[in-house]
Design a binder for this molecule. Structure first.
Ligand code: ADP
Ligand code: MG
Length: 702
């Protein structure tokens, strides 16, 4: 028998599972094999030898375990809305237990006057605590000694529960499985790593993660499995980079010619910052190296990424290739088109714009000229990745604000040329290093860590609803000084008309506060026709409207230097990175700019933290770190749809140290044995192949 036979055995064959439960496990939690089950980790452990006094219960406790005598069990309420209540007494108090569902069944199992161990989450109701839907165990002295000291708790689903697979049911099945394992689980890490990091072996770790003999061994098991998970992700990323570099030769752009030189000498509107120069050097080195570039360019809002993109594209042109620039919104694509056409005016470069609103005839012409190689730079939206868009020789694809694009959309730019173009993806959403390592570990990273000179930090203030008059006064003052103002309203879901009404109400009340003809107010939102939206944006950009009422459609990219005040209504409803992006719309001119966060008078603890972070922090990276800590990586912008961060046990915020050593370990291995051919790395190769099997091939994605 192969040692790993147990791993691949269908769960059906574990005693107590059977075909029906097996089917449910597969459907509900994607557990089909014993291996899947073993890697279905508990989400918490409870020390079942410790009891709390009823008096000590408070609302900070996620769960409590108490022990006491059941005084009474009562059905209360009218038929149809009945509930079951019971009173439990310990040495120092009485607490109510309450059930709303499954009442009959639960009632039949409860025996008054017996001693129970009760486990649940306390709730505050009508001036006292109760415990809704607690787990009930008859207390027996034997229980104390027999029970595992740290009991694992598993997440489950309604359907699993009805099949008896609540946390306790899963625990039972797990116990059966774990008890049957002995020398069956092969090691998947090389001895050297086990030695260096003093990790427990895999089988021990898997056994102890479910049934830890003591807290110390639980810790060791967790550390090992977290390391393992992060290590394989890193190895996979580094391997796919290696694979890409082996298989795709990049175009070699060795020439710096007329386009770059003339532009640089004669048409550059400002001196480049040192950071821009550094990044352009990094890109040039890639482009000349013969490997296909896959570079992520991070730079805070306003740091001047567009100029880097432009210079990069000009290098492609100098070497006889075309370039493209894709932006997530039409407004942004238009703006790029306008800026870049203006800057290249004297250079006789053919630049074209392709978006969803390009007219059919125009579009046809663009597609033709693109194939003939007449158009040198194509700027646009998602329209660029459509099948019909074919280049004669696409040398470089730039993707702006890439977190707005899905993974697949990005991959499609690869197909636009027989030999994949160099790819530069840019983002103003600063990604904390740990997350970048995990999400984009296969990309090279460039960072613009400096803003153009003369920028003053945007002064940020928090005002509550009751201070609105002051805010209105401040807006008036700014307009009198000749400045312009954004007022942003939250939309939860752009497709809901309710939200739109909310924005329209906002627009009307702004109209009342700032009556025409002294003030003219424009409005943009996501449901407008692009042409109307562009018109409104243009009016604002040209200074014909002083106030622009908007949704977050203005979040990315738009550049109106005269706008020096950003007012964000209901700021508590925005995420941190969104607030930071919005704030980045001002502070682009020479004047002192301001950002006012208006909120309700009462804020949740979380919301208060977000607002405080904004008031105290200008640096996008620090904002992003705070965001990651507050919300966790799953919610972090762009990471959910990427599907790359489905970690089972590691957490890239908490486990930053482990992540770093895992990445270092993977790099060391790749350095000596990139093909994983050495005997000591053979298990790694096998395990990696196994992991790849279940995944879409992400190796071509930038
Ligand atoms: P982002 O990185 O957010 O895309 P942009 O490329 O839109 O930033 O640049 C923001 C503004 O800064 C633009 O108005 C641009 O012209 C200006 N800018 C860019 N680089 C410099 C520089 N080196 N010196 C002065 N202004 C610059
Ligand atoms: Mg930009």
């Amino acid at each position: 028998m192969q040692p790993d036979d147990i791993w691949n055995k269908p769960v059906e064959f574990i005693k107590g599972v059977g075909p029906k439960r097996a089917e449910l496990l597969r459907k509900e939690i994607s557990v089909s094999t014993a291996g899947d089950l073993l890697t279905f980790y508990p989400f918490r452990y409870v020390d079942r030898s410790k009891y709390l006094n009823i008096r000590e219960i408070n609302s900070d406790q996620v769960y409590v375990q108490i022990r006491g005598r059941l005084l009474s069990v009562n059905l209360v309420g009218k038929p149809g809305s009945e509930r079951l209540t019971a009173l439990l007494r310990d040495q120092c108090g009485v607490i109510e237990l309450i059930w709303f569902k499954g009442i009959k069944w639960i009632k039949s199992g409860l025996i008054p006057d017996q001693e129970y161990v009760v486990f649940g989450k306390p709730a505050w109701f009508n001036g006292q605590y109760n415990i809704p839907h607690p787990e009930m165990d008859l207390y027996t002295p034997a229980r104390e000694t027999a029970a595992d000291p740290l009991q694992p708790y598993y997440s489950t689903t309604e359907k699993l529960k009805t099949a008896g697979l609540d946390s306790r049911g899963i625990r039972k099945v797990m116990k059966t499985l774990v008890d049957n394992i002995s020398g069956d689980i092969p090691e998947n890490l090389p001895d050297s790593l086990i030695g260096i990091f003093k990790l427990p072996d895999r089988e021990t770790a898997l056994k102890h993660i479910h049934f830890p003999p003591d807290p110390d061994r639980l810790k060791r098991a967790q550390a090992r499995l977290r390391f393992e998970e992060l290590f394989f992700i890193q190895l996979r990323l580094l391997r796919s980079r290696f694979y890409r570099q082996q298989h795709f030769k990049g175009f070699i752009f060795s020439r710096i010619g007329d386009h770059v030189n003339r532009f640089y000498r004669e048409h550059l509107p400002f001196d480049l910052t040192d950071a821009q120069k550094k990044v352009i050097r990094e890109i040039r080195a890639d482009l000349g190296s013969g490997k296909q570039m896959n570079r992520l360019l991070q730079g805070d809002v306003g740091s001047g990424k567009t100029m880097v993109a432009l210079m990069t594209m000009l290098i492609a042109l100098d070497n006889g290739y075309q370039a493209s620039l894709m932006a997530p919104t039409e407004i942004l694509a238009n703006q790029h088109y306008a800026t870049i056409s203006r800057m290249l005016e004297k250079l006789e470069v053919r630049v074209a714009l392709l978006t969803g609103s390009t007219k059919a005839a125009e579009r046809k012409k663009i597609l033709e000229e693109l194939q003939q190689g007449k158009i040198q730079i194509l700027i646009g939206t998602h329209a660029l990745i459509e099948e019909s868009v074919r280049f004669a020789s696409l040398g470089i694809a730039v993707i702006d604000e890439q977190h707005r694009f899905g993974v697949m959309q990005r991959a499609q730019m690869w197909e636009k040329s027989p030999n994949p173009p160099h790819v530069l993806v840019m983002t103003a959403t600063p990604i904390p290093r740990t997350l970048a390592m995990t999400l984009y570990g296969d990309l090279d990273l460039s960072v613009i860590d400096e803003l153009p000179p003369g920028r003053k930090p945007v002064r940020t203030y928090h005002f509550e609803e009751s201070q609105r008059l002051r805010v209105i006064g401040f807006i008036r003052k700014k307009i009198l000084e000749g400045r312009q103002v954004y007022i942003v309203f939250p939309l939860i879901n752009e497709s809901e008309s309710l939200d739109l009404n909310y924005l329209k109400d906002g627009f009307e009340s702004v109209g009342r506060d700032f009556p025409y003809p002294d003030y003219s107010v424009g409005m943009v939102h996501g449901q407008m026709k692009p042409s109307e939206r562009d018109y409104e944006m243009e009016q604002f950009a040209k200074g014909r409207t002083q106030i622009l009422v908007a949704t977050t459609v203005i979040e990315v990219g738009v550049d109106v230097p005269n706008a020096s005040l950003m007012v964000i209504e209901n700021a508590e409803r925005f995420g941190l990175s969104q607030l930071h992006q919005l704030r980045g719309r001002v502070g682009r001119g020479a004047d002192q700019s301001f950002c006012i966060l208006l909120t309700g008078d009462k804020l949740t603890h979380e919301a208060k933290k977000r607002i405080d972070t904004m008031v105290n922090t200008q640096d996008g990276f620090l904002v992003a770190e705070a965001d990651l800590k507050l919300r966790g990586p799953g919610e972090f912008q762009g990471t959910r749809q990427s599907g790359l961060i489905e970690l089972k046990i590691a957490d890239i915020v908490r486990d930053e140290k482990i992540l770093k050593s895992a990445r270092q370990a993977a790099m060391d291995i790749m350095k000596h044995d990139p093909e994983l051919r050495f005997p000591e790395n053979r298990t790694l190769a096998m395990n990696l192949a196994q992991l790849e099997k279940d995944r879409i091939n992400l190796s071509r994605i930038s």
